[in-house]
Ligand binder design. Sequence first.
Ligand code: ZN
Length: 159
Amino acid sequence: MQVTVNRVVTIHYTLTDDSGTVLDQADAEQPLVYLHGAGNIIPGLEKALTDKQSGDQVNVTIAPVDAYGERVESMVQTVPRKMFQGIDDIEPGMRFQADGNTGPVLVSVTKVEDDQVTIDGNHPLAGETLTFAVEIADVRDATAEELEHGHVHGPGCQH
Ligand code: ZN
């Protein structure tokens, strides 16, 4: 079956950055199942899989603009440690939800120095050129309920 809008697609993939480091993997035991055309996955990958068939292998390299966007340096800020009241140990790698101009944003702590904490509101993969090696394992029509909700139902879906 062909990958088109409003179909549920099961893929296995290996994601690498431009130095060949493996960033993420989805195999037959834990495949990625998504609703095609609903913006469930990054635009560059959705575009590359459109009109392919189940069983196809797809290799695609995606620029940041069609993945997680370019890094925005103004989203990196140094703030006083006292803004993190009630948290005893602040360490690089911790993630917090913060209030942004357009709603909540997820920020990562990148550096802790004395009374100063550096936080980064960029997506961890912003600015990265990503290469996906994909195998399309299965394609099926979405149910009416899945289309209404804009996502796939099945194991792990909370309703
Ligand atoms: Zn739902």
